[in-house]
Design a protein around this ligand. Structure first.
Ligand SMILES: Nc1ncnc2c1ncn2[C@@H]1O[C@H](COP(=O)(O)OP(=O)(O)OP(=O)(O)O)[C@@H](O)[C@H]1O
Ligand SMILES: [Mg+2]
Length: 612
C-alpha cells in the first residue's frame, strides 16, 4: 500500500516541470560558490569562443592562400612560384594558429568542467546537510506514516540524481546554449540570403523538437511509473517471501510479475522509438541544410557574391548548430527528472514537524532536571481510538536521579521517553519540568538540555571529531578527548584508521554497531545535557564492554537526571527508581531490592533475566 502511495507521489511530481520557485531555491544553494561559478561562466564563454573561431581560421586559410593559388590569376610563372611559396607559408601559419586555438579550447574546457564539478559538488553537499538536519528535526510522528529508512533513501537517490545534473548536466546545457546563440550570431554576419535559405529547415526542426519533448516526456513518464510498480512488486515479494511460499502463491505472483515486466518492456521500447525517430530526423535536417549551402551557396560563390572560404565556414557553422540541439535533447529527460527530485527534496524540507511550539511558548531556563508525570494518557495517531498506549502514568524524577524503565516489549517504555523529549504530546495530563508545563516551553530549549542515546545510532558524514561535537558545536578538541577518556572510549577512537580525524562514511557504515554505540555515548557525554536518556543504548555493546563502561556510565549518571531503558537488568540495578511497565501502565515502582523482595512483576522479570 505504501508502495502504491509512492508511485502516486512520483507520478504527481513527474508531471511537473521545474517551477520557477524550485529553480530559484536550487539557485540559492549555488550562491556560496558564486565566485567559482563566475569563473566557470568565464571558462565556458571563452571555450565557446575558441570553438566559434575555428571555422573563421579555415575561411581565412582558404580565401587568402588556397583560392588565389587554385584559380591562378596571373600567368607569369615566376610570380606564380613566389605566390605559391607565400601561400604554403600562409597555410602553415594558419594551421599553427588553428592548432593553438584548439589547445587553448582544450585547456579552457578542462577548467570549465573542473569548476562546474566544484560548484555542483559544493552546493549538493550543502543540500545534503540541510536535508539531514531537517530529518533530525522532524518529529517522530512524521516517521509513523512514512518509514524513516525509505524517506532517507529517497532523499539520498534524489540528491544523487540532482548531483549528476548539477555537476555536469547544467553546465553542458549552458555550453550548448552559448554555442547555439554564438552560431546564430555568427551566421547572421555572413550572407543574409544564405541564412534565409538555410532557415527553411527551422520550422520542421522546431516542430520535431516540440513533438519529441511532448511524446518523449509522456513515454518517459510511463516508463518511470512502470519501473516504480515493478520495484514495488519486487520489494513486496521479497519482504513477504515466507508468506508467499507458505500459501504456495509463487506461480500466481510470478505471472503477475511477468505481466508487469512485459508492460515495462513495451513502454521502454516505445520511449526508445520516440528517441530514435528524433535523432535521425535531426541528422537529416542537418544534411538538408548542408545541401542548401552547397546548392544555393555554391551558386552565390560562383557568381562571386561570397567567397569560397565564407561558404566553407558557413557550412562548418551550420554543423555546429545541430550539435547543441542534440545535446539539449539528450539532457532534456535528465533535467526533467531533476525537477521531480528537486521538488521532492524541497517538499521534505518544507514538512513542518507536527509537534510545534505554542505561540506563547517561552524558552526553558537552565533546568535542574526535576520531572513530574501528572496522570498522563497517550496514544499514537494510528492507535485505535478506544485504546491507550499509556494509561494514567504518574511518577516523579528528582534532579540527579536515575530512573530505570523496565517491562516487556511493547509495554510503553520508549513511548514514555518520547513524551519527555516531546517528540509527541500527551492527550491527557501533563508533564512538569522543574514545575513548568512542558507544553508551554519551546522545543528547542528543551532539546538543548536533553541528550538521547538510542539503539539507532545516527552518525553523520564528517570526521569522528565533528560527530562528537554535534551536541555542543562550541566544544574544544581537548574537552572531547577528556570526555572520551572519562568514558573509556578514547583508546577505541585512537584505534581507528586516523583516530579522531577518521572519516565517517555514509550513515556511519564503516563502524561496527558497537563502535557506533560507543561514539554516540561519547557524543552525549560531550554535550553535557541536564537530562540524559538511554533507550536500550547498551544493547549493541557486548557484555564485556558494557562492564568496562559501567563505572563511567555511573559517573555520567551522577550529575544529571537519567532515564534508562534496558532489557539487561544489570544496568538498572543501581537506579534510584525503577518503573515496571506492563501494557502501558506502571505496575510497580521502587528500588531493586525492594522490588525483588516484593516478589511481583519485577521479581519475575529478574528471574527470567537470570535464567538467560
Ligand atoms: N510510532 C508508533 N505509532 C503507533 N504505535 C506505536 C508507535 N510506537 C509504538 N507504538 C505502539 O505503542 C506501544 C508501546 O510501544 P513502545 O515502543 O513504547 O514499547 P517499548 O516498551 O519501548 O517496547 P520495546 O521494548 O520493544 O522497545 C506498542 O503497542 C507499540 O505497538
Ligand atoms: Mg522501545
Amino acid at each position: 500500500m505504501a508502495a502504491s502511495a509512492d508511485i502516486e507521489l512520483e507520478e504527481q511530481f513527474a508531471q511537473k516541470r521545474m517551477s520557477r520557485t524550485t529553480a530559484a531555491r536550487l539557485a540559492r544553494y549555488l550562491r556560496p560558490y558564486r565566485r567559482t561559478f563566475l569563473f566557470n561562466l568565464a571558462c565556458t564563454l571563452s571555450a565557446t569562443a575558441t570553438q566559434l573561431l575555428g571555422p573563421k581560421f579555415i575561411q581565412i586559410g582558404i580565401d587568402r592562400y588556397l583560392a588565389p593559388a587554385a584559380t591562378g590569376t596571373t600567368g607569369n610563372p615566376v610570380q606564380l612560384a613566389a605566390g605559391t611559396e607565400a601561400a604554403y607559408r600562409g597555410i602553415f601559419i594558419v594551421s599553427l594558429v588553428y592548432l593553438g586555438n584548439l589547445l587553448l579550447g582544450w585547456m579552457l574546457t578542462v577548467a570549465q568542467v573542473r569548476s562546474a564539478i566544484r560548484v555542483g559538488q559544493g552546493a549538493m553537499n550543502d543540500l545534503r546537510i540541510a536535508v539531514f538536519e531537517h530529518i533530525q528535526r522532524l518529529s517522530l510522528n512524521y516517521f509513523d506514516k512514512t518509514h524513516q529508512g525509505r524517506i532517507i533513501a529517497r532523499a539520498d537517490t534524489d540528491i544523487d540524481s540532482l548531483d549528476r545534473i548539477m555537476t555536469w548536466g547544467a553546465n553542458q546545457m549552458l555550453a550548448s546554449l552559448m554555442t547555439l546563440a554564438g552560431v546564430i550570431v555568427v551566421l547572421l554576419q555572413y550572407d543574409w540570403r544564405l541564412c534565409l535559405a538555410v532557415s527553411v529547415v527551422l520550422p520542421p526542426l522546431f516542430l520535431a523538437t516540440r513533438l519529441f519533448h511532448i511524446h518523449g516526456l509522456q513515454a518517459y513518464r510511463k516508463v518511470r511509473a512502470q519501473t516504480s510498480r515493478l520495484t514495488a512488486a519486487m520489494a513486496e515479494n521479497i519482504a513477504g517471501v515466507r508468506v508467499v511460499q507458505a500459501f504456495s502463491r509463487e506461480e500466481e505472483n510470478l505471472n503477475r510479475f511477468q505481466q508487469l515486466h512485459e508492460t515495462h518492456n513495451a513502454l521502454a521500447l516505445a520511449a526508445a522509438r520516440v528517441f530514435h525517430t528524433f535523432m535521425p530526423f535531426l541528422g537529416f535536417m542537418s544534411g538538408l541544410g548542408t545541401l542548401i549551402i552547397i546548392g544555393y551557396g555554391g551558386t552565390l560563390a560562383r557568381r562571386g557574391e561570397i567567397t569560397v572560404g565564407e561558404l566553407a565556414a558557413f557550412a562548418l557553422y551550420l554543423g555546429m548548430f545541430f550539435g547543441p540541439i542534440q545535446t539539449m535533447g539528450d539532457l532534456y529527460n535528465a533535467v526533467l527528472s531533476t525537477a521531480a527530485s528537486a521538488e521532492r527534496i524541497f517538499q521534505l524540507l518544507d514538512t513542518e514537524p507536527q509537534v510545534r511550539d505554542r505561540v506563547d511558548a517561552e524558552p526553558l531556563p537552565a533546568i535542574r532536571g526535576h520531572i513530574i508525570f501528572e496522570e498522563v494518557w497517550f496514544r499514537y495517531e494510528t492507535t485505535p481510538a478506544d485504546t491507550w498506549v499509556l494509561h494514567d502514568i504518574c511518577f516523579e524524577a528528582k534532579p540527579g536521579e536515575t530512573v530505570a524503565l523496565v517491562g516487556h516489549t511493547g509495554s510503553g517504555k520508549t513511548s514514555i521517553i518520547s513524551l519527555i523529549a516531546r517528540f509527541y504530546e500527551p492527550q491527557r495530563g501533563r508533564l512538569l519540568m522543574d514545575g513548568i508545563d512542558l507544553q508551554s516551553a519551546t522545543i528547542e530549549s528543551l532539546h538543548e538540555q536533553i541528550g538521547i542515546v538510542t539503539q539507532e545510532n545516527f552518525l553523520f558524514t564528517g570526521t569522528v571529531m565533528e560527530n562528537l561535537k554535534f551536541g555542543r558545536p562550541g566544544a574544544e578538541d581537548g574537552e572531547v578527548i577528556q570526555a572520551a577518556k572519562s568514558l573509556g572510549t578514547h583508546e577505541m577512537i585512537l584505534g581507528f584508521a586516523e583516530g579522531y580525524q577518521t572519516r565517517v562514511g555514509e550513515r556511519g557504515g564503516n563502524f561496527s554497531a558497537g563502535e557506533r554505540q560507543l561514539l554516540t555515548f561519547t557524543r552525549a557525554m560531550v554535550a553535557r545535557p541536564r537530562i540524559l536518556i538511554l533507550d536500550e543504548a547498551t544493547s549493541a555493546v557486548d557484555a564485556q564492554t558494557e562492564r568496562v563502561i559501567q563505572h563511567a556510565l555511573a559517573e555520567l549518571f551522577a550529575r544529571r537526571t537519567c532515564f534508562v531503558v534496558a532489557h539487561r537488568l544489570s544496568t538498572v540495578r543501581h537506579a534510584h527508581r525503577i518503573l515496571v511497565l506492563a501494557h502501558g501502565r506502571i505496575v510497580e515502582q521502587g528500588r531493586h531490592d525492594e522490588l525483588l523482595k516484593r516478589g511481583g512483576h519485577y521479581a519475575k522479570l529478574h528471574e527470567e533475566f537470570v535464567r538467560q
